[in-house]
Design a protein around this ligand. Structure first.
Ligand SMILES: [Ca+2]
Ligand SMILES: [Ca+2]
Ligand SMILES: [Ca+2]
Length: 232
């Protein structure tokens, strides 16, 4: 699997290889790469002060479990900000070609909002962003945060878990980010597993929570049980 899912609900799917289960009031699946402890905060280096404007966008690419496609909230562990509270844009995109590469995403996000963010402490003090409803994802999707005009050398807004691979976590630096077109090609982009670019590799502490898709496996199992009973 290219990602692991942490289950926080009352039952578990057997589809996911690295699944953790816990009791909880609501059935919910959590898309995550971090192990619960982010170790380092990341932002534009002071050398970037040569650029007139440096937007800093970081996000995780997930593959939707077909039985859990309805996102309800996003959880992010923020690093440091140059001022508090800080405007941070929260973005969820569909990747149309589902190729685990978000750098070709164009078109408006499925979800976009701006929050007033404050830093969170290690190990994983999460800021939960309620989506105010459900966002239906299909195949590859990208959950990201954006700090505009990040202060080089001062603003390490993203929390990274250096114990994980960095696969499917991405960092973008753009001048004047157009959130409707991530394929905009002026700037810098890298997956955070690239040791040639990142002195410390790892995954972002960004998670997405989902509820079961109506008509998914859970519903099918119930229907099967009813059919068996009727045949007795
Ligand atoms: Ca960790
Ligand atoms: Ca893509
Ligand atoms: Ca997709």
């Amino acid at each position: 699997m290219k990602h692991h899912l942490v289950h926080t609900g009352a039952y578990c799917s057997i589809m996911i290889a690295t699944l953790a289960c816990a009791s909880g009031a609501s059935a919910q699946l959590q898309y995550a790469y971090d192990d619960g402890t982010a170790n380092v905060n990341v932002g534009p280096p002071s050398s970037f002060s040569q650029f007139p404007n440096t937007d800093f966008l970081w996000g995780n690419y997930f593959e939707a479990d077909p039985d859990n496609t309805l996102l309800t909230s996003v959880e992010i562990d923020f690093g440091s900000f140059s001022s508090v509270p800080r405007d941070v844009e929260i973005l969820i995109y569909n990747d149309a070609n589902n190729d685990f590469d978000p750098t070709d995403i164009s078109g408006a996000p499925l979800f976009q909002t701006t929050i007033q963010a404050t830093p969170s402490a290690v190990p994983f003090e999460r800021t939960v962003i309620d989506l105010g409803g459900t966002i239906d994802v299909d195949g590859g999707f990208f959950v990201a945060a954006l700090v505009r005009s990040a202060a080089p050398g001062m603003e390490a807004a993203a929390a990274l878990d250096s114990d994980t691979s960095g696969d499917n976590s991405w960092l973008f630096y753009y001048p004047n980010t157009n959130t409707d077109d991530l394929s905009f090609d002026i700037g810098f982009v890298s997956e955070t597993n690239n040791a040639a670019v990142f002195p410390i590799t790892g995954n972002w502490a960004i998670r997405a929570n989902a509820i079961p898709t109506p008509g998914g496996a859970t519903i099918a199992l119930l229907a099967g049980a009813l059919t068996l009973r009727r045949r007795r």
